[in-house]
Design a protein around this ligand. Structure first.
Ligand code: C2O
Ligand code: CU
Ligand code: CU
Length: 543
């Protein structure tokens, strides 16, 4: 089996050669052979028009040398001036959109590797969704045109390049999208400086302050876990706040790390929104599990706190997620300087800097929501499976790894239907591996090692994401008892619209998902980006 590095290198070389060829032949663009959309539609009249360029940049993250990153740089060509908000650091600009707006985005790739952008959480046509088949090369552009059909909420955009999503997002290719609508505006939620967006990511740095990434087996299995937590691209973040209520939008933009969000004093968290927007009413939880790609909106009230006091948002300890090569704990911890999956660490500090006396109060009713039930589904008795399995040291979905336009019969979905989908661990497939016959090169390992590896695979959580419209959770249960589940089980928000669901070891989850408006290929995959890149991704074909 070739090393991942070799595969990447080969890809780079191929792309490099193709790029040179295209440049050398006048009138020849690679685009002609590929389905990329590089011309705007004159009939489409955008309300907002943006230029987004993926390029190399140098930013200051740690004291000392700058860090070389990949960055989306934005420029507003048309529309309200707040439509894009540029941030310090490496993240792309925040796109502030409104329900009903027509948006055109010119995406330019100035990197020496292919790239494409996906609008995670937005309901857009196949051609506008950033499927890896549309990746563009250096010097090319892709034109996105879509109408914002989502309700108010917090979404994001990131690279979705074939087998390079993990490395490109890691190097910086991600940014937030907010959507607002009339219903949300009526609520008078904290806005302006009281509406804070925080993107949580973990990284590792070289001694020279450069991002460090590895392709080893631990990382493939567990996904990348860094030892430095960054919030909006900054380490050791402290955010100055006033003694009043805030709306806090959190995105887990990490490749693989799952956070168990909690306050340092043990106070509960108040959630007002999930991936698909605001909840019907606020929900109070002791802690919140936030898996990669998940967003949560919190109502945080600093009222009554004295200037100078601090409140820390932490990731609390949890168990049940195996650290590779080191038993329950330790292995990963030793490798990463203490930030094992499930370890306790601070994420961000809020420091009260100013006392104010007025603060909005939390509405007890938020927005109306279309509640889906089993009565709404069209696939009665034919639940769509998403079986999580593994073969030859690669994770699979429904027994397959990703093929660019591949889809099986069970992955065909009639358009304008609501489908019931069951996401589960395919233990049979795991059992079917028997004496690990499927695991090629592992044959020579001792029995203890085998047992360890088997345990490890079953104990890896998978944040499963479906493109297109948001879904609702119908049921969630443990089909196999798994250690440590008690330390995470009260942190799931099962109401509200979602586009990603964390499937813990031993868990089985049923969802109800509409597939309305658009036909074509829509991805579903694990949002542990290392898993995604190794092929834990498939297409639904909506027809
Ligand atoms: Cu956030 Cu298919 O991705
Ligand atoms: Cu997505
Ligand atoms: Cu996974």
């Amino acid at each position: 089996m070739p090393h991942l590095e070799d595969v990447k290198r080969r890809q780079f070389l191929q792309y490099a050669v193709l790029g040179t060829m295209a440049a050398a032949l006048p009138g020849f663009t690679l685009a002609e052979d590929r389905p990329i959309n590089d011309t705007p539609d004159p009939a489409f009249k955008p309300d907002v028009e943006v230029e987004l360029t993926a390029q190399i940049a140098e930013v200051s993250i740690l004291p000392g040398a700058n860090t070389r990153v990949f960055q989306y740089q934005g420029k507003l060509l048309k529309g309200p001036s707040h439509s894009i908000k540029t941030l310090p650091g490496y993240l792309g600009p925040i796109l502030n959109l409104e329900h009903g707006q027509k948006v055109r985005i010119f995406f330019y790739n100035k990197l020496s590797e292919p790239s494409i952008v996906h609008w995670h959480g937005l309901h857009v046509p196949q051609k506008m969704d950033g499927h890896p088949m549309y990746e563009i090369y250096k010097g090319e552009r892709y034109v996105y045109e879509f109408e914002v059909e989502n309700r108010a909420g917090t979404n994001w955009y990131h690279s979705h390049t074939h087998e390079m999503t993990a490395t490109q997002v890691y190097q910086g290719l991600a940014g937030l999208i907010t959507v607002t609508d009339a219903e949300e505006k009526k609520l008078g939620l904290p806005s302006g400086e009281y509406d804070l967006s925080l993107v949580i990511q973990d990284r590792r740095f070289t001694a020279g302050n450069q991002f460090q990434y590895g392709h080893g087996m631990h990382q493939r299995m567990m996904g990348f876990h860094g030892d430095t937590i960054l919030v909006n691209g900054q380490a050791n973040s402290t955010i100055p706040v006033k003694s009043r209520a805030y709306r806090l939008r959190l995105l887990n933009g990490s490749n693989a790390r799952i956070y168990k969000l909690g306050w340092d004093g043990g106070a509960p968290l108040t959630a007002i929104g999930t991936h698909g927007g605001l909840l019907e009413k606020p929900e109070t939880l002791p802690y919140i599990m936030l898996a990669p790609a998940e967003r949560v909106e919190l109502w945080v009230d600093f009222s009554g706190r004295k200037p100078g006091t601090e409140l820390t948002l932490q990731s609390l300890e949890y168990q049940g997620v195996m650290s590779p090569m080191g038993g329950r704990r330790g292995g990963m911890g030793m490798m990463t300087g203490g930030l094992a999956p499930g370890a306790l660490f601070p994420i961000v500090k809020f420091q009260i800097t100013e006392q104010v006396s007025d603060s909005p109060s939390l509405p007890n009713q938020l927005v109306s929501m279309r509640r889906l039930t089993e009565k709404d589904i069209s696939n009665v008795g034919k639940t769509v499976p998403i079986a999580i399995g593994m073969r030859r040291m690669s994770f699979q979905l429904n027994g397959r790894t990703f093929g660019m336009q591949k889809h099986m019969d069970v992955e065909k979905i009639p358009v304008n239907t609501i489908q019931k989908i069951r996401i589960f661990h395919d233990n049979q497939m795991m059992g079917g591996m028997g004496g690990m016959g499927g695991m090629g090169g592992m044959g020579g390992m001792g029995g203890g090692m085998r047992g360890g590896m088997m345990g490890m695979m079953g104990n890896i959580p998978h944040p499963i994401h479906l493109h297109g419209q948001q879904f609702q959770i119908l049921s969630r249960k443990q089909t196999r008892q798994s250690d440590g589940y008690d330390t995470v089980k009260n942190g799931f928000i099962n109401s509200g619209w979602k586009d990603t669901v964390l499937v813990m070891p031993g868990e089985e989850i049923e969802i109800l998902k509409p597939f309305e408006d658009f036909t074509g290929l829509f991805l579903y995959h694990c949002h542990n980006l290392e898993h995604e890149d190794m092929g834990m991704m498939r297409n639904f074909y909506v027809e």
